[in-house]
Design a protein around this ligand. Structure first.
Ligand code: ADP
Length: 270
């Protein structure tokens, strides 16, 4: 579980990016983080990744107080968080396989482990046939799927997607949303920062609205508070809407990408 308790972040220039923010995101959740430019979404993500520390308040992730993580242990903490960005950020001189394998290679994992995990990850993202291609030969949607494969290859507990569909057409955007749901269904908490209000609402997941660094539950035009997911009947079933794509993904062999790592909680938190 992710917990922000009365968190504020004031940057060195005096700007208050996060203002007394409290929130709770459960392990099995898929939540959208919405808000205008400057509302504090990126800062919230940086706080979560411990790239910034809060000026006041407390953040805990899986019962672990982030202020207690020593400098030397930050990299290890971050390994449980996968991230994807609007602009994909792939390595152009590496193949699809090489991009996904890279982080594991740096960590000194065995070739066998790397091959197994990368293949499983590419398969889940429907990219097995593209393993030897270079990013420049892929469509935007495919590149984002490579970024997703890279983000999940180490079975992270949390996946953060910062405007993941910002550079994609609607069809590819919905495919990425389907894959994020798939990843969430495998036991990873998914947090998606986006401006794409219509898509977020269509997904029927919880939406956290940020306004000037704090929660604004009145920004939900649906009434009833931003915390409320849409009524079940309004919810679009993305899986069935993308049945064909989903079927293709399922057809490829999938060999247990999300293994023990994901279920083990070192401090017993939900
Ligand atoms: P969003 O991602 O929602 O656009 P940000 O978290 O990037 O919002 O920014 C929130 C506020 O904090 C903005 O006023 C922005 O100018 C300010 N800000 C962001 N990063 C920094 C920084 N490193 N130093 C100073 N001010 C910053």
């Amino acid at each position: 579980m992710i917990l922000f308790k009365d968190v504020s972040k004031v940057y060195g220039n005096g700007v208050t990016a996060i203002n007394n923010l409290s929130l709770r995101i459960y392990k099995d959740e898929f939540v959208f983080l919405m808000g205008a430019s400057g509302a504090g979404k990126s800062t919230l993500i940086k706080l979560l990744m411990k790239e910034e520390d809060p000026t006041s308040g407390k953040i805990s992730v899986n019962s672990r107080d982030l202020s207690m993580i020593r400098r030397g242990a930050v990299q290890r903490y971050r390994r449980q968080i996968g991230v994807v960005f609007q602009d994909f950020r792939l390595l152009e001189h590496k193949t699809v396989f090489g991009n996904v394998a890279f982080a594991m290679e740096i960590m000194g994992k065995s070739r066998k482990d790397i091959n197994e995990k990368v293949e499983a990850s590419l398969s889940l993202m429907g990219l097995s046939k593209k393993a030897d291609e270079y990013p420049r030969n892929l469509s935007g949607g495919e590149q984002q799927r490579v970024a997703l494969a890279r983000a999940i290859v180490n079975s992270p507990r949390i996946l953060i997607a910062d405007e993941p569909t910002g550079n994609l057409d609607p069809a590819n955007a919905e495919q990425i949303m389907y894959l994020l749901e798939l990843i969430n269904s495998q036991g990873t908490t998914v947090i998606v920062a986006t401006h794409a209000q219509e898509m977020a609402r269509k997904m029927g997941r919880r939406i956290l609205y940020l306004d000037h660094g704090t929660r604004n539950d009145n920004m939900s035009s649906g009434g009833g508070g931003a915390e409320e997911a849409m009524a079940a009947g309004d919810r679009v079933n993305i899986s069935s809407a993308f049945g064909e794509f989903a079927a293709n993904v399922q057809e490829e062999e999938y060999s247990g990408l999300f293994t023990e790592d994901n279920s083990v909680s070192d401090e017993g938190g939900k």
